[in-house]
Design a protein around this ligand. Structure first.
Ligand code: GDD
Ligand code: MN
Length: 361
């Protein structure tokens, strides 16, 4: 029988958790035609290898080993899109989510009690228990509040849950809308499905981690802040542009600092050239780490990108000076002419580097 339920299991360094998890799925999902889709981002502990060993002996287990990429949300999206079953579940692979809830989730979907079923730590008998440290707990509460602010009338008890189930048709419909960054796939889903989509929360107790460590770090938090900003203001200005402009401001500070330093030992021309080169280099690496972290360049691509970036920004500088000069001759105040020139070069640098240097969609 073909699978009725695909359980998507995102993994990063979960080698020791997989076998126990699959054994538990086998027990609780007896009577259901299920399959597991393990999405591993080339874990250093070779989780993918352990997963493929299991898959070689069990046709219900499939493995997606992704190389050269990282990210919970994108792993979950790709896992869900690899399913052909009518229903899709997503759960952590570290045994923190209670797999015993899966049959009730499936039943609720089949009985059409809602279109999205969420395993919730914040309704009824649900709890976080010992699953989160006090620090992580306050952080999680803060995140929940922020998420619910965004959701407005659609707010739920646990919008930060990584444990949910929905019909695959809904996934297929909203997939192009989903942001592949960060951790908060459910929040993103809730924001992307049509208004009026019914959500049902079923309580469960979040368990402490048995093996391995959490991957929620500063970068993940930054991503979350990014998702919030994107969903709030993204319609007005692309978030990437804001990051690019912010990096540009840092570049300006670097430029002035280097200029001041070098002016002590060299003439203005040489100092200005040195400052420009240092600032461009700093901007390139900052943009690579922050603005374009999802399509980060490395190895020989990094060198090629840096050279291209010099070229793009060099042209941008020419445009800046040229346009500012024309405007200045047209009797515009020097400040306004300068700002207009700088604004045009930022937009140019952004637009061209986003397509040529870093290959975003
Ligand atoms: N493929 C892939 N790639 N999987 C990942 C990645 C990644 O970059 N990062 C994390 N995972 C997997 C982990 O291996 C684990 O199975 C699951 O995603 C959750 O990651 P954890 O690192 O265990 O998250 P957590 O327990 O700290 O966070 C929990 O609480 C959050 C809300 O407070 C999880 O339940 C989250 O899903 C939840 O959003
Ligand atoms: Mn976890």
């Amino acid at each position: 029988m073909t699978a009725q339920l695909s359980v998507v299991l995102p993994c990063f360094n979960e080698r020791d958790n997989l076998a126990p998890l699959l054994a538990r799925l086998e027990t609780v999902l007896a009577g259901v035609a299920w399959e597991a889709i393990i999405v591993d981002d080339d874990s250093p502990d070779r989780t993918w290898d352990a997963a493929k060993r299991i898959a070689a002996a069990d046709s219900r287990v499939r493995v997606l080993r992704r190389v050269g990429r990282r990210g919970l949300a994108s792993a979950v999206i790709e896992g869900m899109l690899a399913s052909a079953a009518p229903y899709v579940a997503v759960m952590d692979a570290d045994l923190q989510h209670d797999e015993a809830l899966l049959p009730a989730m499936l039943r609720a979907l089949r009985e059409d009690r809602a279109e999205i079923i969420v395993g919730s730590r914040h309704v009824g008998s649900g709890s976080v228990g010992e699953g989160l440290s006090p620090a992580r707990r306050s952080l999680s509460d803060l995140g929940t509040a922020a998420a619910n602010l965004l959701l407005g009338a659609r707010a739920i008890g646990d919008p930060m849950s990584g444990f949910f189930m929905l019909p695959r048709a809904l996934v297929e419909a909203v997939a192009p809308e989903l942001s592949a960054q960060g951790f908060k796939i459910l929040l993103d889903l809730l924001l992307s499905v049509p208004r009026g989509t019914r959500v049902l929360e079923l309580p469960y107790a979040f368990r402490p981690r048995a093996a391995g460590a959490s991957k929620l770090d500063a970068r993940v938090l930054l991503d979350f802040a990014g998702l919030l900003l994107d969903k709030s203001f993204g319609w007005a200005v692309p978030l990437r542009f804001i990051a690019f402009a912010a990096v540009g401001v840092i570049g300006l500070v670097v430029h002035m600092a280097v200029l001041a330093l070098v002016l002590g030992v060299a003439g203005f021309g040489a100092a200005q050239w040195t400052a420009t080169l240092v600032a461009m280099t700093a901007n390139f690496f900052l943009n690579n780490a922050i603005t374009y972290r999802d399509v980060k360049l490395s190895g020989s691509g990094l060198v090629r990108g840096l050279v291209l970036f010099y070229g793009v920004c060099g042209l941008g500088a020419f445009a800046n000076v040229g346009i500012a000069r024309v405007l200045y001759q047209d009797a515009l105040a020097w400040g306004l002419a300068g700002v207009a020139g700088a604004a045009i070069s930022v937009v140019w640098n952004y637009a061209v580097s986003a397509t040529l240097v870093w290959r975003t969609r």
